[in-house]
Design a binder for this molecule. Structure first.
Ligand SMILES: [Zn+2]
Length: 225
C-alpha cells in the first residue's frame, strides 16, 4: 500500500550522465519520480564514452544536484566496477565509499542501489546488506507487477526498450486497484540519444501520468513504504 494506493510506478536510471537532465525534466513535467544511481568517484565529463554515436559523459556534482532535484539518489558503486569480479574487501569499498560520498554530497541517507552491469552473487548481496543498503536492482525483467520479498535482488518489470513496454502499460492501467502492484522501469538515459527514441519515454509517461489510483514515487518510497 502506497499512500493509500495499491498501484505504484517507479523508475531507476543509471550512471548520472548529461542525458539524465533531459530525462528528469520529462519526469518532472508528468509528476513522476525516479531513482538515479550514481558513481561518486566519476563525477567529471572527462569520464566519457560513446553509445551508438551518442556522446555519454558523467555530470559534475553541482550539475547532478541541480538536474536531479526532487528525485532519489542511490548507490551504483564509486567507480562503476563489476562487484562479482572483486574481492569481498574491494566490493565493500566500492559500495561503502559511494554511499558515504553520496550521503555527504546530498546530505541524506542512501537507501538502495543498482548493480553495475547487473552483476551480483550471494556474497555481493551480503556485502550490500552489511553496507546498510536496503534494496538493490538487477537488470532481469519480470514482465510482472508482483511485489517481491528479496529486495537485495530486486528484478525490474522491464527496461524501457522492452518490446512489451506498452503492452505492460495497458495491462497495468487496467488492473483493479484492489491488489498491490508495482510497475518498475529501468534504463540509461543515454540510450534514448543512441537509439533516437526519446518519444518512447515521453509516450510512456504521458500514458501513465495523472491517474488517481497510481502512486508515483521513488524506489525507496515504493519498495520500503
Ligand atoms: Zn551503470
Amino acid at each position: 500500500m502506497f499512500n493509500n494506493k495499491n498501484k505504484a510506478l517507479t523508475f531507476s536510471y543509471d550512471d548520472g550522465v548529461y542525458q539524465d537532465a533531459r530525462l528528469a525534466e520529462i519526469f518532472n513535467r508528468y509528476g513522476l519520480k525516479c531513482t538515479f544511481n550514481l558513481n561518486s568517484a566519476l563525477f567529471d565529463p572527462k569520464n566519457n564514452w560513446t553509445y551508438r554515436k551518442a556522446h555519454c559523459a558523467h555530470m559534475r556534482e553541482d550539475e547532478l544536484k541541480k538536474a536531479l532535484a526532487g528525485h532519489e539518489i542511490a548507490v551504483h558503486g564509486a567507480k562503476h566496477l563489476n562487484l562479482a569480479e572483486l574481492s569481498a574487501e574491494e566490493a565493500k569499498n566500492e559500495l561503502s565509499e559511494d554511499k558515504k560520498s553520496l550521503e555527504r554530497m546530498w546530505n541524506t541517507q542512501m537507501q538502495g542501489m543498482a548493480y553495475a552491469y547487473g552483476a551480483y552473487n550471494e556474497e555481493v548481496k551480503n556485502i550490500v546488506k552489511e553496507c546498510g543498503l536496503r534494496f538493490a536492482r538487477t537488470v532481469r525483467p519480470t514482465h510482472s507487477f508482483e511485489p517481491q520479498t528479496d529486495l537485495l535482488e530486486f528484478h525490474p518489470t522491464c527496461h524501457h526498450n522492452d518490446e512489451k513496454l506498452f503492452e505492460l502499460a495497458e495491462k497495468f492501467l487496467s488492473l483493479s486497484s484492489d491488489t498491490p502492484a508495482i510497475f518498475y522501469v529501468w534504463g540509461h538515459s543515454y540510450e534514448f540519444d543512441g537509439d533516437d527514441n526519446w518519444e518512447r519515454i515521453e509516450k510512456f509517461c504521458r500514458m501513465m501520468a495523472g491517474k488517481d489510483d497510481i502512486f508515483y514515487g521513488t524506489n525507496s518510497e515504493v519498495l520500503l513504504g
